[in-house]
Design a protein around this ligand. Structure first.
Ligand code: HEC
Ligand code: HEC
Ligand code: HEC
Ligand code: HEC
Ligand code: HEC
Length: 173
């Protein structure tokens, strides 16, 4: 009995710790996803790259709030409303078979964080942190894919370098 326990308990512990690590570091369901397909092949390379449309023209909330937000269809129509850029058809067709507005495109999320983390865009934008430092060279991407592993180490490394907060309760509720 005693001998069996001396062997089994460490093994059980190893399995348990291994399991905890697996859950903590690989199954992170909130990790940015590289396999997200969008309902429309919207290209950042074409818009932000070739046509040099500023990030914040479309993601206008980044500097004033927690979220950057994804532009409403109305913002697309501002440019695609006339037939000059091929009209609104290429934008609406793929996901609606009727043409009645207001249809919002249901974009799928690439970046997410767990509920126990509080992230706000605003202070980063005001401190001059470029979008690309976290999201990579989006203006070269036809489809947004994460470049950096966004985890606590990623946040803290930069916070340390720039003298930003390391207080647990500023990032965690
Ligand atoms: C013409 C409008 C437009 C411009 C300009 C634009 N974006 Fe976007 N952005 C979108 C749309 C629409 C989506 C949602 C579809 C997608 O993910 O491609 C999006 C999605 C994103 C996402 C993924 C959000 C998520 O988690 O799902 C990031 C990150 C992003 N944009 C960053 C940028 C950056 C950085 C720039 C400037 C280099 C930029 N965007 C310029 C329209 C724009
Ligand atoms: C500031 C003007 C502007 C805005 C806003 C804008 N676009 Fe565009 N879009 C363009 C230009 C310029 C092109 C390139 C047209 C060309 O090369 O013929 C383009 C091209 C496209 C294409 C064709 C892509 C390709 O591979 O050539 C699609 C699809 C598209 N836009 C969707 C959208 C959607 C969806 C939105 C809103 C989230 C949007 N656009 C907002 C200017 C804009
Ligand atoms: C310091 C890192 C950092 C910077 C700088 C940053 N982002 Fe983000 N962004 C994130 C994180 C982390 C998320 C996921 C947030 C969440 O799920 O709560 C995110 C989410 C997004 C999203 C998804 C929708 C939303 O609002 O949550 C878009 C779009 C986006 N960012 C665009 C931008 C743009 C455009 C810029 C520059 C103007 C920018 N980001 C700058 C880290 C950053
Ligand atoms: C590339 C650098 C960089 C990265 C990466 C980064 N931050 Fe920041 N963060 C900053 C800077 C700079 C500030 C602004 C400090 C100031 O204004 O004093 C800031 C401020 C903040 C604030 C506001 C702090 C306050 O005192 O109100 C929060 C919250 C925050 N960051 C959370 C995060 C989280 C969560 C992540 C990871 C998902 C992250 N940051 C990643 C540079 C970064
Ligand atoms: C700058 C923002 C930031 C600060 C400061 C911060 N955290 Fe985190 N923390 C995060 C992010 C982002 C995650 C999500 C990690 C992931 O996705 O793997 C996280 C995850 C965690 C987790 C879950 C386990 C893990 O690693 O995924 C724990 C526990 C944790 N933090 C504790 C702390 C403690 C304790 C402190 C203070 C010493 C602290 N955090 C300070 C951003 C921060």
């Amino acid at each position: 009995m005693g001998t069996t326990n001396r062997i089994l308990i460490p093994i059980a512990l190893l399995i348990f710790i291994g399991g905890a690590f697996t859950v903590a570091f690989s199954e992170r369901p909130w990790a940015p996803r590289a396999d997200v397909e969008q309902p429309i092949p919207f290209s950042h390379r074409v818009h932000a790259g070739i046509n040099k449309i500023p990030c914040q023209y479309c993601h206008e909330y980044a500097r004033v709030s927690a979220t950057s937000g994804v532009p409403p269809v109305a913002r697309c129509v501002g440019c695609h409303g006339s037939s000059l850029l091929g009209g609104i058809e290429p934008i609406t067709q793929p996901w609606t078979d009727t043409h009645q507005p207001p249809f919002e495109i249901r974009w799928n999320r690439v970046y997410t964080l767990p509920d126990f983390v509080k992230f706000v865009h605003k202070p980063h934008i005001w401190a001059g942190v470029a979008c690309q430092e976290c999201h990579g060279p989006v203006e070269t991407m036809d489809r947004v894919v994460p470049v950096h592993e966004i985890n606590m180490g990623f946040c803290l490394k930069c916070h340390e370098q720039r003298g930003a907060t390391q207080d647990c309760f500023v990032c965690h509720h």
